[in-house]
Each structure stands twice: as C-alpha cells, then as structure tokens.
Design a protein around this ligand. Structure first.
Ligand SMILES: Nc1nc2c(ncn2[C@@H]2O[C@H](COP(=O)(O)OP(=O)(O)OP(=O)(O)O)[C@@H](O)[C@H]2O)c(=O)[nH]1
Ligand SMILES: [Mg+2]
Length: 230
C-alpha cells in the first residue's frame, strides 16, 4: 500500500507490487501535499513484528489499519489485533481508519461486509464474556451450597456473606479479578470506546490497482490538518 502511495504522489515511483516481500520491521515514506508533508511508517503485520507497533504510538498523528479483505480465514485473528489497536489508551484520541485492501479481487469482502464481520466478532466476544461471568456466578453459588450450616452463628455468617456479595449478576460480580478479560471489558473510559466504534471509519482500496488510495490519503490529510488546528 505504501509503495502504491509513493508511486501515485511522488516523482520517483515506489517499488512494483511483484517485488514487495513481507515487511520486516518498518518501511518509511513521505509525500508532499499542499502545506503538509505526510510521513508514513508502514509496520509489518506478522505476529512477531506487532510487538514494535506500540513504540510508534506516541509519535503518530493518525493510524491506518490495513487488512487483507480476501483472507476470511484470518479475519478472527485480524479482529483480535485490530481490537487491541482500537482500545490502546495512547491511540484513543487519534484518527483511526480501517482500510480493507484488495478490493480488486472478486473474493474480497466489501466495506459493508467487513464492518458487519467486525460487529459480529464483537457481539460474539461480548456473549462469550457474559457466559463466562454467568458460569462463575453459578459455580460460586454451588460452592456456597456445599457448606453445611450447622449452628445459628454459621447461618448468620452465611447470610452476611450473601448480603456482601450483592444480588447475582450485578456489576459487582463482573470482572472482579484484576487483569481478567472481564476487567478490561468493564474498564470505564467515559464511553470513549463506544464513541470510537460508532464513528469508526472503514474504507476500501486496492494497493494493486490504486482504487480508493487517493480517498484514503485525503482522509489522512483532512484528519491531520484538523488535528493541527486544535
Ligand atoms: N489482489 C491484490 N493483491 C494484493 C494487493 N495488495 C497486496 N497484494 C498482494 O498480497 C500479498 C501481500 O502483500 P504485502 O503488501 O506484502 O502485504 P502486507 O500487508 O504489507 O504484509 P506484511 O508486510 O507482512 O505486513 C502480495 O502477494 C501482494 O502482491 C491488492 O490490493 N490486491
Ligand atoms: Mg508490508
């Protein structure tokens, strides 16, 4: 994608698609636009390379997450990685674009299908977390049920414990253990994540044919200009 951007915007063309191998570390590039120069850091997407991404978060002004819209088998992995980026506290206030690449291919998912796929993945995860939470509460109840109440003193203690636990299924039960996935789920960010989801920008492009590339660069140009005015 970055090489195509260079070819379209710079006098010296970027590398031809057939010569591009997987990005090891970073690939950099810049393009000049009216009153702005955009500097790009193209970071490799392979598992081992993803650990370097956060090193760039403090320096960047916008993020474009490029996904392979043909690779349906890896979409679930893609959403896990994307969700982490989406929820990175250091990126929370930055413009974020989800760019569905390979739109030239007949097997590519459309922008609408990509959005739907991510929504479905999020719904499934949320249901899974709720089930885990319900199981936890049920198991806890069973444990308690096992304890024989022998004396009046024991009965009073059991009643006090039950009262302290609060009604089953309330937020007091959810994600009680620090560091659990539930805790991440219930982390209060003042609704910033919901807002981000509602305003998530998704676009389609083809790095091979160049369709959608100018729209994506314009998106970046506008966001970076706006950020500068603030
Ligand atoms: N049909 C089609 N193929 C593409 C397009 N963009 C990239 N490819 C092909 O997809 C393969 C992977 O492309 P890369 O550009 O290396 O993918 P990448 O996302 O940068 O991968 P990493 O650098 O490992 O993160 C190559 O065979 C490319 O030729 C596209 O827009 N359409
Ligand atoms: Mg690459």
């Amino acid at each position: 994608m970055l090489e195509k951007i260079k070819t379209m915007y710079n006098p010296v063309p970027g590398m031809a698609p057939e010569k591009i191998g997987p990005t090891v570390g970073q690939n950099i590039g810049k393009i000049s636009l009216p009153s702005t120069t955009l500097h790009f850091f193209d970071l490799g997407g392979q598992r081992d390379i993803r650990s370097i991404w956060p090193k760039y978060y403090d320096e960047c002004h916008a993020v474009v997450f490029v996904l392979d819209a043909c690779d349906q088998a890896r979409l679930s992995e893609t959403w896990e990685v994307f969700d982490e980026v989406l929820n990175s506290p250091r990126l929370l206030n930055l413009p974020l674009l989800l760019l569905a690449n390979k739109q030239d291919s007949p097997s590519s998912l459309s922008v609408a299908e990509i959005r739907e796929s991510f929504d479905a993945w999020q719904r499934a995860r949320s249901n899974r977390l709720k089930e885990e939470e319900a199981d936890k509460i049920t198991n806890k109840g069973k444990e308690k049920g096992k304890e024989p109440i022998r004396t009046a003193e024991d009965a009073a203690k059991a009643a006090a414990e039950a009262a302290a636990d609060g009604p089953a299924g309330t937020a007091s039960e959810a994600g009680a253990e620090p560091g659990s996935p539930l805790e991440a789920q219930t982390w209060d960010d003042g609704g910033a994540k919901d807002e981000r989801m509602a305003s998530l920008d998704v676009m389609g492009a083809s790095a091979l044919e160049g369709t959608g590339v100018r729209d994506a660069v314009n998106w970046l140009y506008i966001r970076v200009q706006n950020a500068r005015k603030m």
